[in-house]
Design a protein around this ligand. Structure first.
Ligand code: FES
Length: 64
């Protein structure tokens, strides 16, 4: 099981839980949508791969 308090986006200090909750509650499909909702991935982009994996885990697939 993954640690929900793990910081995924260090630039904006966004945790796995915040990203997962946003994806589930707002039915987010894309990395861009996660960025708009949580600000994760909108600064240096280093966490984008991790956001992709979380989207894939929750939605089963990722639309780009
Ligand atoms: S770590 Fe997420 S934008 Fe830099």
């Amino acid at each position: 099981m993954s640690n929900k308090d793990e910081i995924i986006c260090t630039c904006n200090e966004i945790t796995r839980r915040e990203i997962e909750d946003a994806i589930r509650s707002k039915k987010l499909q894309t990395i861009e949508a996660v960025g708009n909702e949580t600000t994760a991935g909108t600064v240096c982009g280093a966490c984008v791969d991790e956001i992709y994996l979380i989207l894939e885990e929750i939605n089963g697939k990722v639309s780009l």
